[in-house]
Design a protein around this ligand. Structure first.
Ligand SMILES: *Cc1c(COP(=O)(O)O)cnc(C)c1O
Length: 466
């Protein structure tokens, strides 16, 4: 279930979504939105891993992405214990596309969780830290021959096939390399889940995967040729999924095909990939499930379906991305220009410009995503105002946080922290307007270190060989 706050919006604060109301105390840090070691110190300054954001800003500048390493490792461990207990070793792959760098790849490696990559670049990061190929899965709808060959060279554990073209390409390469790679076939099961809604029609019309009918033919072809080792089927139904209902529809369909392929070809398909997309909390509107509840829910669904088909339960794997890295990180900005904008008579919205924007978080512009924010460098008793946190880019859609209440005395030079930016922010960052991409700082046990260096204008000019 998702929580909904009813609260009325007070006219003085201007317009916002109907659920948005000024918090009881605008200085509060709501635990579901912040990494586990984040708190305000006695002076009211936000701390993470025992270090104050004022010190982080002084040492590293802003904007920066600040990762709570302890929290990241805890989330990996929570998924591992919940899923490995129910589905066996290796049943969790961290979806590296959400955020990957060498430090993160090491944390994943050390946790025992596997890693899912979807380009040669992501594969290179995993290999750079010595992650064993066997613990990698390789996704993507248009892997090149070079990428597939790199995957074979690395001994990647699972290649998730996305098209007949790719089956042809990989078959040729596997013969050349004299190897028999384990593959899964990505199916589109006609279910697409986004946030809490899912619809079971009309999602064949997208680029990923093979329809159930195509996947059925592909499986028969792979088994007949015998060059690739078909381990099973895969389905990924979307993102920000908060309950297991959509997985139930997907699992039913994909297990129906799984059963058909195994029976008609007299083979066992030992595995089933159920994808990622488990939701995280960006605002108080999101109420994610714990890894235990997710694992329980999926186990019940799969066991029930397998019993109905009279088949053994295959080895289940999942690929959480944002649910692991998203909540671990906040972006720290410095407030600059502050501009009150009159909406209706007497109603104001306070536009707070920060020193980053859509180049370090394009999700608001791209998906109309919701985020929250807090004044991080101090607490304030000033009455809250409805604010919109915007960037420094030349687009009116350059919004980081669409609606948030901030203390009315927010001023240039204040530090603002936007939580939940660990997934798809640094990994999707751009250099729009020649803005260098920010550094990623990992904090743990009172120590902070750069894990991805921030770009400089010199970095940008170095690429510009004109
Ligand atoms: C994007 C993706 C994921 C991860 O999605 P999250 O929403 O970050 O959990 C997992 N598997 C596949 C195939 C994906 O494309």
């Amino acid at each position: 279930m998702r929580s909904h706050e009813a609260g009325a919006l007070h006219g003085d604060f201007g317009h916002g979504p109907s659920w948005l109301r000024p918090p009881t105390d605008v200085n509060d840090l709501l635990p579901q939105l912040w990494a586990s070691t984040v708190e305000r110190d006695a002076g009211g300054v936000v701390n993470v891993g025992g270090i104050s954001v004022v010190d982080l800003a002084a040492e590293f500048g802003t904007p920066i992405y600040v990762v709570d390493e302890t929290d990241f490792r805890e989330r990996l461990a929570a998924f591992k214990s919940a899923f490995f207990d129910r589905f066996g070793q290796g049943s969790v792959y961290y979806a590296g596309k959400a955020f990957l760098c060498k430090a993160v790849a090491r944390w994943v490696d050390e946790s025992g969780v596997n890693l899912d990559v979807c380009t040669g670049g992501e594969l290179a990061v995993a290999l750079a830290v010595g992650m064993p190929g066997e613990r990698l899965a390789f996704h993507g709808n248009n892997k090149s021959e070079v990428e597939l060959a790199a995957a074979l060279d690395a001994g990647v554990g699972r290649i998730v096939l996305d098209s007949f073209d790719e089956i042809g390409r990989l078959t040729v390469l596997a013969r050349q390399h004299g190897v028999r790679p384990k593959v899964l076939i990505r199916t589109k099961v006609g279910v697409e889940a986004h946030t809490h809604e899912y619809i079971a029609t009309a999602h064949e019309d997208q680029k990923f995967g093979l329809s159930l009918a195509e996947a059925s033919m592909a499986a028969d072809q792979i088994i007949a040729e015998g060059v690739l080792d078909l381990a099973g089927l895969h389905s990924h139904i979307g993102s920000q999924i908060f309950d297991t209902t959509a997985f139930e529809v997907a699992a039913k369909r994909v297990l129906g095909l799984h059963h058909r392929i195994a029976a008609t070809n007299s083979v066992t398909l030992p595995e089933l990939g159920l994808g990622g997309g488990f939701g995280m909390a960006y605002t108080t509107q999101d109420d994610p499930q714990s890894p235990e509840r997710l694992a329980d829910g999926l186990a019940k669904i799969v066991e029930h379906e397998c019993a109905a088909y009279g088949i053994d339960v295959p080895h289940i794997s999942v690929e959480p991305g944002r649910a692991i890295c998203g909540p671990t990180t906040f972006t720290l900005y410095t407030a600059g220009t502050i501009k009150p904008v009159e909406l209706d008579a007497g109603q104001l919205r306070c536009y707070v410009s920060v020193d980053g924007g859509m180049s370090d978080n394009m999700r608001t512009a791209l998906y109309n995503a919701s985020y929250s924010a807090t004044l991080a460098s101090r607490v304030s008793d000033a009455a809250p105002v409805l604010a919109r946190i915007v960037g420094k880019h030349c687009e009116s859609g350059d919004i980081v946080v669409r609606d948030e209440f901030l203390p009315g005395d927010v001023a240039p030079g204040d530090l603002l922290a936007v939580p939940g930016t660990g997934a798809y922010c640094r990994s999707m960052a751009s250099n729009y307007n020649h803005v260098p991409r920010p550094a990623v700082i990992a904090v743990a046990d009172g120590a902070a270190r750069v894990i991805v260096r921030g770009e400089t204008v010199d970095d940008l000019l170095r690429l510009d060989v004109g």
